[in-house]
Write a protein that binds this ligand. Structure first.
Ligand code: MSP
Length: 660
């Protein structure tokens, strides 16, 4: 039996909108960690899921005209939804929980009742502030400039009968947990929690709502639903079978080894979550790690700001592995990072195309060119030239492991790339092309140089599996190790050993895994896509605000609106905007009006129509021609485009009829 177990979780996502690359960041990091632990021989449980209750979802569903369940089903299971995204991004979660799953709902009811029975949940009146988008309650003193301290948005007054959890009772124990253990990391987050939340005094937490119904009902008090954070946090245990029969892994995997969470939800995971577990007498998770946020071009990533970075689009353009690699290679996990398209392309070009891609393609190309793909068995080592590469490569696993255990993905990858760069230098130092000039004398040495390169690539590739699983497979194939018989070349153990590839290894040169990207061209294309996305995110229809200023009735009556019939209509020469109308206005004399509507109408489609004109405006000249009045249109903006519709009335209305 494997006694090396590892339970890791991501936050469960709100399916209130489609996910962006910021959401994918944590899941990709968790996936890399889970794959790393599996590689290192652990029995891993990787849990993710969706947090589907709460007022925000209820509101969004109402807006969309569907039930809350239909709404979340579409975002979770629908096309390009959460499940599709994780599949696309090669996320290897072992379990997926939805908080609307029956077993979870029933378990939450039992948990709430247990805390009520043990006296830690009591009934009172909630008075305070509520941030709808964050589903968070705040006291006056916690607000920042009167706004939600998490998201900076408006909060609303709230007062209602509610249940409270005795959070205050656990303040000292939680403070000790944070200050005196390494429960919460990075350490900077501890100070933030203690100074901002615990020291000012932990108040009891409102844990039920009556103002909306989309939540887990409190079964012993109809009308109340359980606060969404209680419902959400316990997912980490219900998904293992806590208070339900659906699963049976609690004993095996609880307590969790680590919860990865974004920095803005550290408060829930490091204060409220342990306090509730203490109340229930349950073991605490071993660690909560609060990672930073990815911003985009220095701004918060959000759909409403139109700067959403769509993981589908990025994966389609650069490949899933390049995207996974980029976010973990570039930004230290514990701090915020600024995602820019330029940085993404630079990383792909430098690390993947230049360093890794080149090393692989140069090595396999030389093996093919000089040895028809299969290396000779005889070896000729040159310790002066070989040893530094070999010792750097065989020591890599230890350095990598040290960083991975601290969740320092960026540093772990840095170590891998040091070996890749060293191997590229080794090619230059050994100049295989010069050795190849005299294969008789140098063939054995040349074979040794290429073998050393292939071994270095192999070791690096094993350690890249957690970050770029698809790419690692493709590289193994090029190294001639894609058959199942060659599994031993890909193991954790083999990553610390030299000489694992068979001496007469056969390489298979394959496609270039990371072609260089033309930065200028690509940035221009991304800008274009971004602009289009911004436009698409604009409100479907925008109308001008109504004028505040009043006109008196007599002034209004001075405007003479008449029905007019179009006798003729033509484009005005040299103008792409103007149409010239010859109109029957009922007076017996034709009226000419020019109107700047050529963008919306072809002249021929208007002939015979009955329109509305104001006929007592002073005549004015346009492009040298007189316009005697103005046609009335309806205007609005749609997806950023100006739209115009001429006002057309029933053809039964005679020309000249007054409109009033
Ligand atoms: N439903 C809660 C979590 C409950 S866990 C018991 C929630 N959901 S969320 O969908 O809003 O966010 C999920 C995770 O995505 C959070 O950890 C959040 O920090 C993370 N991110 C959202 N935007 C992000 C970035 N721009 N960058 C990095 N992570 C970000 O919170």
């Amino acid at each position: 039996m494997n006694d090396k177990k590892f339970y890791i979780t991501t936050p469960i996502y709100y399916p209130s909108d489609k996910l962006h690359i910021g959401h994918a960041y944590c899941t990709v990091a968790t996936d890399a960690m889970a794959r790393y632990k599996r590689l290192a021989g652990y029995d891993v449980m990787f849990l993710t899921g969706t947090d589907e209750h709460g007022q925000k979802i209820e509101d969004k569903a109402k807006e969309a005209g569907v039930t809350p369940k239909e709404y979340v089903d579409n975002i979770v299971e629908g096309p390009r939804g959460v499940l599709d995204l994780w599949k696309l991004m090669n996320i290897s979660n072992d379990r997926f929980i939805r908080t609307t799953d029956d077993y979870h709902v029933a378990a939450i009811q039992k948990i709430f009742k247990k805390m009520y029975d043990n006296g830690d949940i009591y009934k009172g009146t909630y008075k305070g502030k509520y941030c709808k988008p964050c589903e968070s309650f705040w006291t006056e003193s916690q607000l920042v400039d009167g706004k939600c301290p998490d998201c900076g948005r408006e909060v609303v007054d709230a007062e209602e009968e509610a249940y409270f959890f005795k959070l205050s009772k656990y303040a000292d124990r939680v403070q000790h947990l944070l200050e005196d253990t390494d429960f919460l990391e990075p350490r900077s987050r501890v100070n933030e929690m203690v100074n901002n939340f615990i020291k000012p005094g932990l108040e009891d937490l409102c844990v039920s709502r009556t103002s909306f119904s989309w939540g887990v009902p409190v079964d012993f008090d109809p009308g109340h639903v359980v606060y969404v954070w209680i419902d959400a946090l316990f997912n980490y245990m219900t998904a293992l079978g806590y208070q339900n029969d659906k699963y049976n892994d609690l004993e095996k995997f609880w307590p969790a080894d680590v919860h990865f969470v974004g920095k803005e939800i550290v408060r829930f995971h490091s204060i409220i979550w342990p306090a509730m577990l203490m109340s229930m007498g349950l073991p605490l998770p071993k660690k909560v790690y609060g990672h930073g946020w990815l911003n985009f071009n220095g701004e918060k990533m959000s759909k409403s700001r139109g700067n959403v970075v769509d993981p589908y689009l990025l994966s389609e353009r650069y490949g899933v592995d390049a995207l996974r690699f980029f976010v973990l290679r570039t930004f230290p996990f514990g701090s915020d990072g600024n995602f820019t398209n330029e940085l993404l392309i630079q990383t792909i070009n430098n690390d993947l195309a230049n360093d890794l891609g080149n090393l692989l393609s140069r090595t396999t190309a030389m093996a093919e060119k000089y040895f028809g793909g299969t290396l000779p068995e005889a070896r000729q080592a040159n310790p002066e030239l070989d040893d530094s590469l070999i010792s750097l490569a065989t020591g890599l696993r230890g350095r990598y492991e040290e960083q991975m255990e601290k969740f320092q993905f960026q540093n772990a990858l840095e170590e891998v790339f040091k070996v890749i760069q060293r191997a590229n230098k080794y090619i230059d130092e050994n100049a295989p092309w010069a050795l190849a000039k005299d294969m008789g004398a140098n063939g054995t040495r040349l074979g040794t140089v290429l073998y050393n390169l292939l071994e270095s690539i192999r070791i690096c590739t094993v350690l890249l599996i957690p970050f770029m699983p698809g790419t690692a497979d493709a590289i193994f194939c090029q190294l001639g190790t894609c058959g199942s018989c060659a599994q031993c070349c890909k193991t954790w153990d083999s990553a610390a050993q030299w000489g694992v590839l068979p001496a007469t290894v056969s390489v298979v040169k394959g496609e270039n895994l990371f072609p260089r990207i033309d930065m200028a061209k690509e940035l221009a294309e991304l800008d274009r896509i971004q602009e289009e996305a911004k436009k698409a995110a604009l409100p479907a229809v925008e109308i001008e605000p109504q004028l505040e200023e009043k006109v008196d009735f007599d002034t209004f009556c001075k405007s003479d609106f008449r029905a007019v019939k179009v006798k003729d209509c033509q484009n005005v020469k040299k103008s792409d905007k103007l149409l010239k109308f010859t109109l029957d206005d009922g007076t017996g004399t034709d009226r000419q009006i020019l109107s700047g509507i050529a963008k919306w109408y072809k002249p021929e489609e208007l002939i015979g129509k009955t329109l509305v004109a104001i006929v007592n405006l002073p005549p004015r000249k346009m492009m040298g021609q007189e316009s005697q009045g103005m046609l009335i249109s309806a205007v609005h903006t749609e997806k950023g485009e100006e739209c115009l519709h001429l006002l057309m009335v029933d053809d039964a209305i005679p020309a000249g009829a007054k409109l009033c």
